[in-house]
Design a protein around this ligand. Structure first.
Ligand SMILES: C[S@@+](CC[C@H](N)C(=O)[O-])C[C@H]1O[C@@H](n2cnc3c(N)ncnc32)[C@H](O)[C@@H]1O
Length: 254
């Protein structure tokens, strides 16, 4: 498909995204792939020495709070930056009454990593230290405001258009301070996904696409592929990228 034959981000029904169904399918307990990703998150942020008392951002939060939880030992606040009205309303309900499953995700982050003891009670952290912001990744301010960041299953899962995938990925990195640590996750070669009866888009990307996109904007980048395809049909695993914002040396694969 060329970009002129594909549907862009603005053409999909984000405000009809069924948050409850998406949460139930993905995050009402810790699935195997997420357990592997949580180990990466915990290990990376614990060794990256993020700035203490900083500001963090999670782009396209949807109904996934574990990337945000993974930053809370260091950041005072996490901005949950989300386009869909339904997901923002769902997140506001979580701030009032967080789901019990976040304790399971936090327990996995804490295993052998004392930095995470401060979020032993994830409910308080979610209620007191997250801020929901309505926003669009394509107009995310490129002013390096954030000290650390996460973006999970967004750039490749919000469009069929390669140019938009690249802009979303670059804008995420551009919102971070130079040398801010980040973790981004991508569905590998996704054909798109359904939430309830509604279809949502994807661009089929692989490790090479992601490396190309981040080159020149990031340093000390590592890619890890999670070989699990049990969540649904139409994808070939998940790619987890850790790194630091700002130009520097090449990437490594594991
Ligand atoms: C596949 S979901 C991923 C949700 C979550 N991060 C996760 O790990 O499951 C894609 C998310 O991106 C949001 N989104 C779609 N277009 C966006 C845009 N232009 N800017 C920011 N978020 C967007 C959707 O509403 C949805 O929450």
């Amino acid at each position: 498909m060329t970009d002129t034959q594909t549907r862009s981000n603005a053409e999909w029904a984000w405000d009809a995204f069924d948050s409850d169904l998406y949460f139930k399918h993905n995050y009402d307990s810790v699935r195997r792939a997420d357990a592997e990703i949580l180990d990466h998150l915990g290990r990376f942020f614990s060794s990256a020495q993020p700035r203490r008392h900083g500001l963090a951002i999670d782009v396209g939060t949807g109904t996934n709070l574990y990337p945000s939880l993974s930053m809370l030992p260091w950041a005072d606040r996490v901005t949950l930056f989300e386009r869909a009205r339904t997901n923002r309303a769902w997140l506001a309900r979580q701030q009032a009454s967080p789901s019990p499953s976040w304790a399971e995700f936090t327990a996995r982050l804490r295993a052998g990593r004392p930095a995470y003891d401060v979020i032993a009670d994830p409910s308080t952290a979610i209620s007191d230290r997250t801020e929901i912001v309505a926003g669009n990744v394509f107009t995310l301010p490129q002013n390096g405001a954030f000290d650390m960041g996460t973006m999970f299953f967004v750039a490749e899962s919000i469009t069929q258009n390669r140019h938009e995938f690249e802009r979303a990925t670059r804008n995420f990195v551009g919102s971070l301070k130079r040398s801010a640590p980040f973790v981004a996750a991508f569905m590998k070669e996704s054909q798109g996904y359904k939430v309830g009866t509604l279809e949502f888009p994807a661009l089929a990307v692989d490790e090479n696409d992601i490396e190309r996109c981040l080159a020149g904007l990031t340093h000390n980048v590592n890619l890890h592929t999670v070989d699990d395809t049990t969540l649904r049909d139409g994808y070939k695993g998940m790619i987890v990228v850790t790194g630091f914002a700002g130009r520097g040396s090449a990437s490594h694969r594991k």
